[in-house]
Design a protein around this ligand. Structure first.
Ligand code: V47
Ligand code: SF4
Length: 376
């Protein structure tokens, strides 16, 4: 028997936690009730042992990162999600920006002599930035730099854009692929259950629509990410319900690259009275995600949101990816009060952050092909 499991079974914990540990160490999937039980009763140390066991079986000692930058086409939005530090700008339009294709290309061209592999494009939803706008943007990027991976927009934008263009999801995603879209980031998922979604993100695409667009994209042989916005008004069972829906889709398509839990930050939004959860809760959440989502290869800690210290700690709680260099190109999180007000890490700093906790840093591309393995 594995020595870590042996230690757990001979410790002072209750039979349910011992049963769950035995399941996890034998590669058996835990169910919804067991997921909720972990959130309600399991301590951080116990969760860390289980999550690290699962993680090491999948990616050993490796921690992945990539070289990327963000383009945020606009921070004005037709929706008014109450957690969003952008949405208030509808009332304060003078604080808003709206970029043209030329302005975005100017940003992209600044990276011409840098060996970044990915541009991450996402922001608010406005009528002007429609189907024709984005297909032209993707075509222009690809004509300029064909090897740059375009990871862009979420089902929130696609649902709006396709509806306006009177296109089905299938037709729309096919045309986006032809224009140069390589993959989809994980945003817009928030919390799927309507009891919470209607309160914090009412009006934008439903859980079913979000999942359907990802499924269609995966069925075209393409990949995407998934997120969960946690630590606000949701209950633990809503988080498990969210992950269960993702796990079921992943069983069908295997198209998700990674899962990214996003910690709710409470500055400059309509939910400022909702307290943020503790770092302990962040780490418990990473660990339970790793244990629950047994069919996801990678769990990502987005350091720009939780800060580099918590990101580093998370590497002992099931996380094997810390996103990328970012180069201070995103404002979504700094506006919502994230630790990192000017998120920028050099490749060397990212490598050190990983090596300081005894792990091996691996630069990857968006699809997790190894670019450079920094094992010494
Ligand atoms: O959907 C907005 C979140 C998401 C707040 O796929 C907030 O590699 C916390 O999905 N507190 C968009 N979160 C960003 C996103 C993402 C980020 C990094 C990497 C990837 C990837 C995807 O940001 C939104 C929403 O859930 N968000 N406001 C806030 N106040
Ligand atoms: Fe708009 Fe996205 Fe903010 Fe919601 S989270 S208001 S969809 S930018």
């Amino acid at each position: 028997m594995n020595s870590a499991l042996q230690t757990i079974l001979s410790s002072n914990i209750n039979d349910e936690l011992k049963k769950i540990a035995t399941k996890v160490f034998s590669g058996e999937r835990i169910d919804v009730n067991e997921g909720i039980y972990l959130y309600e009763h399991a301590e951080l140390g116990y969760l860390g042992v289980l999550a690290e066991y699962v993680k090491e079986k999948k990616s050993g000692n490796k921690v992945f990162f990539n070289r990327n930058f963000h383009v945020e086409p606009t921070n004005i939005c037709v929706y008014t999600c109450s957690f969003c530090a952008y949405s208030r700008l509808i009332k304060n339009k003078e604080e808003g920006w709206e970029m043209s294709i030329e302005q975005m290309m100017d940003i992209i061209k600044k990276y011409d002599d840098k060996n970044v592999t990915e541009v991450h494009i996402t922001g608010g939803v406005i009528p002007k930035q429609d189907f024709a706008f984005y297909t032209e943007l993707f075509r222009t990027i690809k004509a300029h730099r064909p090897d740059l991976h375009v990871k862009a927009l979420t089902p929130v934008e696609y649902h709006y854009i396709f509806k306006k263009a009177k296109l089905s999801y299938e037709e729309g995603m096919q045309k986006m692929k032809e224009a140069g879209l390589d993959s989809m980031p994980g945003g817009g998922a928030e919390i799927f259950h309507p009891e919470i979604r209607d309160k914090i993100a009412g009006g934008k695409c439903s859980a079913e629509e979000w999942l359907s667009i990802h499924e269609i994209w995966h069925n075209m042989g393409m990949h995407s990410n998934a997120t969960m916005l946690y630590g606000h008004i949701e209950k633990f069972w809503h988080r498990v319900d969210h992950m269960e829906r993702l796990r079921q889709l992943q069983d069908k398509t295997k198209g998700f690259n990674c899962f990214i839990p996003l910690k709710f930050r409470n500055k400059n939004n309509e939910m400022s009275d909702v307290p943020e959860v503790s770092v302990i809760e962040d780490l418990r959440n990473y660990a339970i995600s790793r244990i629950y989502l047994d069919n996801f290869d990678h769990i990502k800690a987005y350091w720009a949101m939780i800060g580099r210290s918590t990101a580093q700690l998370s590497l002992n709680f099931g996380v094997d990816d810390i996103d990328g260099t970012i180069d201070d190109t995103t404002k979504i999180y700094s506006m919502a009060g994230a630790e990192e007000q000017t998120p920028k890490l050099s490749t060397q700093q990212l490598i050190e952050l990983v090596q300081q906790v005894g792990k091996t840093a691996v630069e990857r591309d968006t699809l997790y092909n190894v670019v450079v393995d920094y094992s010494s």
